[in-house]
Ligand binder design. Structure first.
Ligand code: ATP
Ligand code: MG
Length: 589
């Protein structure tokens, strides 16, 4: 392919709209353009990378026995009403009406549509198991679309849905998909980690996220230093050792007894001081001695008071699990005032009206001489002793995990890393099939509700993640399997006939070997061409220059290396083909 025949509008300046590296580089390399918030055009280079990711995804899904379908992007509201998500999905769902005033949405995910297809066309257990997937444009009206392809409103997803007669078969497919995802991201040439995840709004029972490791990632994950355990911090179970190991945690009974005498519970004035930080500074008491109390509304009904230590964060995913709830939402100021009698910032777990459920993170067990809200404006309680003042609260693992917390499996230490969620696999159980009556007849002729799994990959987000993980000051450093071109052939002077003929010859030889090769046939200064090549991130560069050519040679260089190897023109194509092959093999795992 000749560069002059491709629309590659590279930019020297860093576009002001872009915050993260992948977004900046994709704009600068002329891969994408934004046309509205979170909505992008893909230019030829962008499309080439997109097709490479898609191809790897397709090949691995086919290998795993999944079948490709293509469902509509515009979906009728009736299906979403059946599952109940027309009401629950909220503002992320882009809703629209047709000319006859019928409701539709632009699909953000396709559980309803696929369940409808299967309930109509699959009648017998003999047709199971079934795994159907598609690669399609989705729309989610995200509150904060940002970071380019990382969190768009319109984006491309591979979504797969599997259907089974029983849970055991669904388990088997889950394991197959887990392994398939490992293969996919390995083949993309990315460093990633599968981690245990919350099942979130989609619902269900078992889930893993595939996280591409990058410091700029939006997600925090912990992995054990000693064993294989890894999980999203919202979900990561915290082992038992922590309570005694961490500062301000459980003290022995004897200490608690002594502290009880030493610290009578009393009220102190904290005028206008609401946050743990403010009160901590005002009283001169460290945050880890605080009981942070948060009022939550559970499943849209009752309120509960949830507590974590002042220096910890509450995980809503864990709270939901501990309460066995479908949804938990932070209470409004009105609700807080009604249940605690105090404005937000002064709520506390002591002296509340009876019957209000109180649940505390385990790190609060054994707290002595603590601080809590007094349920009165501008007042806090000091001298809180858990064993005395909070003897009857429930305890659960409620906090967001962090660096150094103990592993639930082996007691090893957690290491904190950042990641970009590029895929997620879920076991859905019968959430959708039961709501939508998707059943088959089993061998005995009895009607059975289908077990389901669903498996998503953010195809466009994977491209952004690849760049977040692989770049330097000069531009993108593509992993070979995703590179728009494996190699660029760069004659330093296009109008020099000898250089031009050699470059064209090498280009043709490489193309004949099935290598994705770009010929930089622009009449530009070499400096400009080299800069563009580094910005676009071609893994390999063949420079055709007068001096080496005198010796019958060209220079071959890796994107990240500063020195080039001189190779005879006659061997250059074979040499490059071998380098490309080796890099692709490496990514095959
Ligand atoms: P997130 O937590 O990042 O909002 P999600 O968990 O809601 O994502 P899923 O429903 O699991 O997303 O969708 C499957 C995959 O689609 C995700 O793993 C992610 O890679 C991708 N994806 C989701 N939302 C977006 C988005 N707004 N832009 C780009 N890709 C997305
Ligand atoms: Mg997800």
């Amino acid at each position: 392919m000749r560069q002059t025949r491709l629309l590659i509008p590279t930019l020297r300046e860093v576009p002001a709209e872009a915050e993260v590296v992948s977004h900046k580089l994709m704009l600068r390399a002329g891969m994408i353009r934004q046309i509205a918030r979170g909505i992008y055009d893909f230019l030829p280079l962008g499309v080439r990378v997109l097709r490479k990711v898609e191809r790897i995804v397709r090949e691995e899904m086919q290998r795993a026995g999944a079948q490709e379908v293509l469902l509509p992007a515009v979906c009728p509201a009736e299906l979403w009403q059946e599952s109940g998500r027309w009401e629950h999905y909220g503002k992320e769902l882009l809703r629209m009406k047709d000319r006859n005033d019928r409701d539709f949405c632009f699909g953000p995910t396709h559980e309803e549509v696929i369940t409808d297809l299967v309930r109509r066309d699959v009648r017998s257990y003999r047709e199971l198991p079934l795994n159907l997937y598609q690669i399609q444009v989705k729309f989610r009206d995200e509150v904060r679309p940002r970071f380019g392809l990382m969190r768009g409103r319109e984006f491309i997803m591979k979504d797969a849905y599997s259907f089974h007669l029983d849970r055991a078969d669904c388990d088997r497919e889950y394991d197959t998909m887990y392994a398939t995802y490992r293969r996919i991201f390995t083949r993309c040439g990315l460093r990633f980690r599968p981690v245990e995840a919350d099942t979130g709004a989609i619902g269900g029972s078992r889930s893993h996220e595939f996280q591409v490791l990058a410091d700029s990632g939006e997600d925090a994950i912990v992995s054990c230093e000693q064993c294989e355990y890894a999980a999203n911090v919202e979900k990561a179970a915290i082992g038992a050792a922590s309570d005694s190991a961490t500062a301000g945690g459980a003290a022995s009974q004897r200490d608690a007894g002594r502290a009880q005498e030493a610290t009578p519970l009393r009220k102190v004035a904290t005028p206008g001081k609401r946050s743990v930080e403010e009160v901590s500074a005002f009283l001169g008491v460290p945050a880890e001695r605080f009981v942070k109390s948060l009022v939550y509304v559970v499943d849209g009904g009752d309120a509960v008071v949830a507590m974590v230590r002042g220096d910890h964060a509450l995980s809503e995913a864990k709270l939901k699990e501990a309460l066995g709830a479908q949804t938990v939402a932070l209470a409004s100021a009105d609700v807080v005032a009604r249940v605690t009698g105090a404005p937000v910032g002064f709520a506390g777990p002591i002296g509340l009206k009876t019957g209000l459920r109180r649940i505390a993170d385990r790190a609060l067990a054994g707290l002595t001489d603590g601080v809590a809200g007094a349920n009165e404006a501008d007042q806090h309680l000091v001298g809180v002793v858990q064993a005395r003042d909070l003897a009857d609260v429930e305890f659960a693992d409620l906090r967001v995990a962090g660096e150094g917390d103990p592993c639930p499996r082996c007691g090893g230490r957690f290491v904190l890393q950042r990641g970009i969620e590029v895929g997620q696999v879920f076991q859905l159980g019968t959430k959708y099939s039961a709501a939508m009556h998707a059943t088959v007849l089993d061998a005995e002729g009895a009607e059975r509700v289908l077990e389901m799994g669903c498996y998503g990959i953010g195809v466009t987000r994977t491209i952004a993640a690849a760049i977040e993980q692989n770049h330097d000051d000069a531009g993108i450093v593509w992993p070979m399997p995703l590179a728009p071109f494996h190699v660029v052939v760069m004659p330093v002077n296009w109008s020099d006939e000898r250089l031009r003929t050699t470059a064209i010859r090498l280009h043709d030889e490489l193309e004949a070997r099935g290598i994705d090769v770009l010929l930089d046939d622009r009449e530009e200064r070499p400096g400009v061409k080299f800069k563009d090549a580094d910005l676009i991130g071609h893994p390999l560069r063949i420079t055709v220059g007068p001096r080496a050519l005198e010796r019958g040679a060209v220079e071959i260089k890796h994107r990240t290396e500063s020195t080039a190897a001189e190779v005879p023109v006659d061997d250059a194509a074979a040499h490059v083909a071998a380098l490309v092959g080796a890099a692709m093999d490496l990514a095959q795992g």
